[in-house]
Design a protein around this ligand. Structure first.
Ligand code: GTP
Ligand code: MG
Length: 602
């Protein structure tokens, strides 16, 4: 049998998971001497690189001494938390990273709770000890308390600690020790992570935890082999979650080494490999021996908490910027997304309307961003939380929210959150004049909060949240306090008219921008919507007053990113997303239609 160790790297967002995996690849000599690789190489797709976050968990393998160490890098953002839970089933030990200043954050709690419940062996890595504000010992204490609170077993509570500056390739077992390299991490993994159970002589059992797609070979399942061996060309039985058994053949077996994937002939119990050939494969399925098919426990897949409606773009500018604009094209694209993304669900809700459910706004934004890059054009509605009935009670998702704010601003932020039905749980000084305040809040009330929070704290506040549980519905919450500035005309904006409008609120667009009746060009400074004319030129008699144009000073518009716009819109509004633009509009474009429908609603 091969000597194998399987680990996952888990942590709150940005605490350095992908960076430490980089270091493990580098310092194990897994990269060839001439192999070129980017920083945080595991974040391989375009959006991951741009945003510097991990969206999909990915696995790699390194060699250290005569061991093969399979490593799965997981996403830290709460929207992708479901992935982490599945990944945890595939490994025997984990590296739990925690930032040496930030300490325990909402997603640290989430992943630690899951990891402990699944009985994994943790190694705690206090990362970013190079930060001037780092307080490694305080953070070790926080982790110790967290483990105790979450019901760690004695063995789990007795976790080894490594202090690291992953970005600099530095690690050590005691803060007082001189800086060392990652050798202590490798050695701790060999020593503390149990060797995989199972046997190559048993009947084959492998479970799929991630799906991938390749145009040539089709659907690819990435799986951990718990028992037996798998050969290329093997006839196998696929045991589905619903109990069905499907015969199939492994047409391709793929192994991992560093950033490379290569075809292999055989893999055995304990290892993590990918295979192709089974088109109906899903996350959680077991690949079994046809002569003795024994499925493994099904995997728990987190239920979506948020929905939006994707729709065919029907704005006056529709079809001018995108390649794929029809209902069929959008439907096909969404369906193919659901093939590999188990955390999302799709439902056709009307002519050209598709309800997409997921775990959060970022997950939905990433899908929309990918689609616009591929040339799609579509509308997206305001996110809504999923309300469901549990034992006859109407329930909605709640989140655990942690904010770090300058002390002098904490009062106003607490007040703001109070109006959004947040319940304060604790308040602690964080040093440098900051306070850390924890809340429990309906997920519904967080929609649109981030923009407000950043404005209120002048960009200094930091907020983090992750899913807590479904709880009884909490009633109405405060939503956007400002109305919209809505264009009453079709045409192109002019500085002259924008200058006249900018006193009424905050503009989202500048001059020479195409607009249409019903398009939102800014936020009104009052709570009602205001129809404005952004294309009006100067009156004829003023034409000769030269020099006036130079006098026009426009305040730079507030750029509305996809996320920001998605958070900003209300029920009667939509985003129009094309490869070139993100526009915000009213669902009903003319004022008379809007009046009619708002009256109808009441
Ligand atoms: N100062 C300091 N910064 C670090 C260290 N390790 C990582 N970083 C930085 O922290 C940021 C986040 O690092 P990532 O490795 O992407 O974090 P992550 O945990 O993979 O983030 P997600 O996958 O999005 O959850 C990057 O800018 C890194 O350069 C460290 O030891 N010290
Ligand atoms: Mg990462």
């Amino acid at each position: 049998m091969q000597k194998i160790r399987n680990i996952a790297v888990i942590a709150h967002v940005d605490h350095g998971k992908t960076t430490i995996v980089d270091g493990l690849l580098e310092q194990s000599g897994t990269y060839g001497t001439h192999e070129h690789h980017d920083e945080r190489a595991m974040d391989s797709n375009a959006i991951e690189k741009e945003r510097g976050i991990t969206i999909l968990s990915k696995n790699t393998a390194i060699r250290y001494k005569d061991y093969k160490i399979n490593i799965i890098d997981t996403p830290g953002h709460a929207d992708f938390g479901g992935e982490v839970e599945r990944v945890l089933k595939m490994v025997d030990g984990v590296l739990v990273l925690v930032d040496a200043y930030e300490g325990v954050m909402p997603q640290t709690k989430f992943v630690v709770k899951k990891m402990l419940a699944l009985g994994k062996k943790p190694i705690v890595v206090i990362n970013k000890i190079d930060k001037p504000s780092a307080e490694p010992e305080r953070v070790v204490d926080e982790m110790f308390d967290l483990f105790a609170d979450m019901g760690a077993t004695d063995e789990q509570q007795d976790f080894p600690v490594i202090y690291a500056a992953a970005r600099d390739g530095i690690a050590k077992l005691n803060m007082e020790d001189p800086d060392g390299n990652f050798e202590c991490i490798f050695e701790t993994i060999l020593k503390h992570v149990p060797e995989p159970e199972g046997d190559r002589d048993n009947h084959t059992q492998a479970q799929v935890f991630t799906l991938d797609y390749d145009n040539y070979v089709g659907k690819i399942g990435i799986s951990r082999i718990f028992n037996g061996i798998i050969n290329k060309g093997d006839n196998v039985m696929l045991a589905k979650a619903d109990g069905a058994l499907v015969k199939g053949r492994i047409t391709k077996l793929i192994g991992f080494h560093g950033l490379n994937r290569m075809e292999i002939e055989q893999a055995e119990a304990g290892d993590i490999v990918a295979f192709a050939g089974l088109e109906t494969v899903d996350v959680g399925d077991t690949i079994c021996d046809p002569s003795n098919p024994v499925p493994l426990d099904p995997m728990h897949i987190e239920e979506p908490t948020l929905t939006v409606v994707f729709s065919v773009n029907d704005s006056p500018l529709a079809g001018q910027e995108g390649k794929h604009v029809t209902s069929n094209k959008i439907k096909d694209r969404l369906e193919s997304e659901m093939q590999t993304n188990v955390a999302m669900k799709l439902e056709v809700v009307g002519e050209g309307k598709f309800k997409v459910s997921g775990r959060g706004e970022l997950q939905i934004t990433v899908l929309a961003e990918n689609m616009r890059r591929e040339g799609y054009e579509f509308g997206v509605s305001r996110p809504e939380v999923i309300v469901k009935e549990i034992e006859g009670v109407k329930c909605e998702p709640f989140e655990h929210l942690v904010i770090d704010v300058p002390e002098e601003l904490s009062g106003s932020v607490i007040e703001r959150l109070g109006k959004r039905k947040a319940e304060m749980k604790s308040m602690l000084p964080m040093g440098q004049g900051f306070q850390r305040i924890e809340f429990e809040i309906p997920a519904r009330a967080l929609i649109g909060f981030r923009g407000q929070f950043l404005t209120d704290t002048k960009g200094e506040g930091v907020m983090n949240h992750s899913f807590l549980e479904f709880r009884p519905y909490s009633g109405g919450v405060e939503s956007r306090s400002y109305g919209a500035l809505v264009s009453m005309e079709n045409g192109e904006t002019l500085s002259f008219s924008l200058f006249g409008i900018q006193d009424r609120g905050v503009l989202f667009i500048g001059p020479q921008t195409k607009v249409y009746e019903g398009m939102i060009i800014g936020e009104h400074s009052r709570s009602n919507d205001l129809a404005v004319n952004p294309i009006k030129g100067k009156a004829q008699s003023n034409v000769r007053s030269s020099g006036a144009d130079e006098a026009i000073k426009l305040i730079p518009p507030r750029g509305m990113s996809l996320e920001r716009a998605l958070e900003w819109i209300e029920d009667d509004e939509l985003l129009e997303i094309t490869p070139l633009n993100i526009r915000i509009r009213k669902k009903y474009l003319t004022e008379s239609e809007r009046k009619r429908h708002s009256r109808g609603a009441k």
